[in-house]
Design a protein around this ligand. Structure first.
Ligand SMILES: Cc1cc2nc3c(=O)[nH]c(=O)nc-3n(C[C@H](O)[C@H](O)[C@H](O)COP(=O)(O)OP(=O)(O)OC[C@H]3O[C@@H](n4cnc5c(N)ncnc54)[C@H](O)[C@@H]3O)c2cc1C
Length: 696
């Protein structure tokens, strides 16, 4: 399925290249040829004001086509004599443009292809009659005099190049993304297939340098990271910045206006050409926008980048695409406005209105997708975002269908989005409706045991999206880290203010336990090779323990912990939090994992006031759980650990390769990564840092 999805994506994007016309000679040849009596007489209902009306007739008339092709060959030779390069490529491109118009606008599917027209031209008896004789005798094919073509050739080069460059530049933006993703995939695969080789490369002088300053270091301080929602290392930021520079440099260069061509003035030509380029380039971003936002983005698995990185790419590509279409709109308006009365006429056309609406929708989506609005009301953001996306696709379709060239990117976008949704349905259906036994744990945590007869194939660290059946929330799906059990899956869910709070209240109202029907969709998330290190230090903040728990518990079960020294630092507000996990974490202690519990406060205050939902069963369950807590399991430390001091100690004392895994609030993840990267030169050992974030 995934392979099929990517095939559709690649196929349609590659297919579009052939559809982006770059004409150098065809339009110039068309005028003298269709006004010659030999052709005009053949073309029924020919309207001299409307060249388009003759396409249908001449496209499938071999003699006219040979005449046109001969004119293009002559023009190509003349262009070389005038000092312009790439005559052969331009000749082929011009012919393909003509064929494209013939097939598309006038339903002439049998127009000869380039090889066929070349063969037909070679086979035609020569010399052809000249233009003036043909005008009298109506003979075909004929030659077009050089002096008729001469003034048209130079201006047409600028125009053709502008269109040709647009196709090339659009492709380069695409290759750029492919290269970024490809390099990440190669390195990620190496860490699995040749962990020692990957370790040596990463620990080389260059490898350390790159990791110190790019692939491990946070972009900037925690506050700015929160503000910009850029919770990642510098690599995606640099890559996205590189894309930005490339996109807008390429959008601005190589417009060569030469007087005497189709456009009356430089402003008119640049307006149209820039308008065209800034309209095509965002279309090449479109499939990625949908692909990177999808849950079934198999690149997550290939690159090892988590959803947040792709989400970042999604957001920034969307912003660039919006800027592109604003430029597109402005540039075309300038170009069109140079022709008296044309702008008013365009505003009366449906395709123009549809384009304007699509642009406005994009602007709205950029604002509506801001991190603040997402944090305030995630579900509202999600569903309105989908609504706007559908609206955007509809209006873009009506706009693009008018010019037709970038339709393939539209098909690719539909395909990518459609397949993501289809795969989600298949994943849900394959697991079916399951029973979830929900028990209230300590400090706002619920333990959810899902009995899954066709279990999702959970792997360490994966997450699943869960739909809790019930009229108030069945349409919502929330991500939770999944832990494999004998009967299915276990989730630990901390309640916040939305759906999780409602479920908790239902359980509390039901005496601390409730059974619900759920649908599970997954598993998702990049696998991490934590086994590869001699020593592993896990740092969890609050409910972030679930990701680490998922990794370690499955390894303990499968007996693959041997030889690895593991320390778990868990930072919690109060000791009660621990009690829900006590039984499970005892297994960790038994397996030799050192657990250090950092208790930062004494209150059990959660993310929201519990007064309205607290009940005696809550207190009872806490008490019960607390009974199981054994101080033998962990070392207790009061207060927040100083991450910037703690992390380097491990690094300096490491006797072998050392991995850090962190999952907690963004600021904790940020600090761990910052500490590891800034101390990387303090040890000769190979050190790596992995993180899991719960913020979307
Ligand atoms: C990969 C991943 C794994 C996670 N694993 C766990 C886990 O094991 N245990 C756990 O308790 N929590 C986990 N979370 C967090 C959990 O998904 C959210 O806390 C939960 O969705 C909040 O639901 P709510 O309606 O009560 O949130 P609200 O009170 O409405 O919002 C609280 C926060 O959760 C975010 N949020 C709300 N809905 C969603 C959603 N559908 N998807 C993503 N974020 C959302 C909001 O932006 C906000 O920041 C995980 C998140 C991610 C991304």
């Amino acid at each position: 399925m995934k392979l099929f999805c990517v095939t559709v994506l690649v196929y349609t994007l590659v297919g579009v290249q052939a559809l982006l016309p770059a004409d150098y000679f065809y339009s110039s040849c068309l005028t003298p040829i269709i006004t010659n009596n030999a052709v005009a007489d053949l073309v029924k209902e020919y309207d001299p004001e409307d060249y388009m009306s003759v396409y249908g007739t001449y496209c499938e008339n071999q003699d006219i086509m040979v005449t046109l092709f001969d004119c293009m060959i002559t023009s190509a030779e003349m262009s070389t004599e005038m000092g312009f390069s790439h005559a052969h490529r331009k000749l082929k491109s011009s012919y393909d443009t003509m064929r494209y118009y013939c097939k598309l606008y006038y339903g002439a599917p049998h127009t000869l292809n380039y090889q066929e027209i070349t063969a037909a031209w070679n086979a035609a008896p020569k010399p052809f009659v000249n233009y003036y004789t043909a005008n009298e005798t109506l003979q075909l094919p004929f030659t077009v005099p050089k002096d008729v073509m001469a003034p048209l050739i130079a201006p047409a080069q600028g125009e053709g190049d502008s269109y040709y460059d647009t196709a090339q530049y659009s492709y380069w933006t695409l290759y750029y993304v492919v290269i970024c993703v490809g390099l990440a995939t190669i390195f990620n695969l190496l860490t699995w297939l040749m962990p020692k080789g990957a370790e040596l490369t990463a620990n080389s002088f260059l490898g350390r340098f790159v990791r110190r300053y790019i692939t491990m270091a946070p972009l900037w301080n925690d506050r700015l990271a929160r503000w910009t929602h850029f919770h990642s290392n510098r690599l995606p930021a640099f890559e996205i910045f590189g894309y930005f520079v490339m996109n807008y440099v390429m959008m601005s260069v190589n417009y060569r206006y030469i007087e005497g061509g189709e456009y009356a003035s430089r402003a008119q030509a640049i307006g149209y050409w820039l308008g065209y380029r800034s309209g095509i380039m965002p279309m090449f971003k479109l499939p990625f926008l949908f692909f990177f936002a999808g849950r079934n983005n198999f690149l997550i698995w290939m690159t090892g980048w988590d959803y947040n990185v792709f989400s970042m790419w999604h957001r920034w590509l969307a912003r660039f695409a919006t800027l592109d279409v604003l430029i597109h709109w402005a540039a075309y308006s300038v170009g069109v406005a140079t022709i008296p009365g044309e702008l008013a006429e365009e505003w009366g056309l449906w395709y123009w209105i549809a384009g304007v609406i699509a642009t406005l929708v994009m602007v709205i989506m950029c604002i509506q997708g801001s991190v603040w609005l997402r944090r305030i009301a995630y579900e509202f953001f999600l569903y309105t975002h989908i609504f706007w996306a559908i609206l955007f696709l509809i209006f873009t379709w009506y706009h693009v269908v008018y010019v037709t060239y970038p339709m393939s990117t539209m098909y690719a976008s539909f395909a990518v989005w459609g397949f993501d949704r289809l795969l989600r349905l298949i994943r849900m259906a394959s697991s079916g409706v399951c029973t979830a036994n929900i028990t209230i744990g300590s400090d706002h945590v619920m333990v959810v045991d899902i009995v899954d007869k066709n279990p999702v194939r959970a792997y360490p660290g994966c997450h699943v999206f869960v739909y809790f059946m019930g009229w108030r929330h069945f349409y919502q799906s929330h991500p939770f880290t999944a832990i494999k059990t004998d009967t299915g899956l276990r989730l630990y869910i901390k309640s916040w203010n939305g759906m999780t709070k409602r479920i908790r209240k239902m359980a509390l109202d039901n005496g601390g336990k409730i059974t619900m029907k759920v649908i599970v969709e997954g598993p998702y998330g990049p696998p991490m090779n934590l086994k590869a290190f001699n020593e592993l230090v896990c740092v969890a903040g609050g409910i972030g323990i679930t990701a680490i728990y998922s990794h370690l518990s499955q390894r303990i079960l499968s007996g693959s912990m041997s030889g690895q020294k593991v320390t778990l630092h868990w930072i919690v507000r109060n000791e009660e939090f621990f009690s829900t996990f006590a039984e499970d974490l005892k297994k960790f202690a038994d397996a030799g994992i050192r657990i250090v519990l950092h208790v930062t406060g004494h209150s059990s205050a959660g993310p929201h006031s519990e007064s309205s939902v607290a009940s005696s069963s809550d207190a009872e369950s806490k008490e019960k759980a607390l009974e199981n807590v054994s101080s033998q399991i962990y070392e207790l430390e009061n207060g927040r650990p100083n991450i910037l001091e703690m992390v380097p100690l491990y690094m300096v004392n490491a006797t072998g390769s050392l991995g850090f895994m962190t999952c907690g609030p963004a600021s904790l993840n940020h600090d761990v990564r910052a500490a590891v990267s800034s101390n990387i030169y303090k040890t000769k050992r190979y050190v790596q840092c992995y993180e899991e974030g719960f913020e979307m």
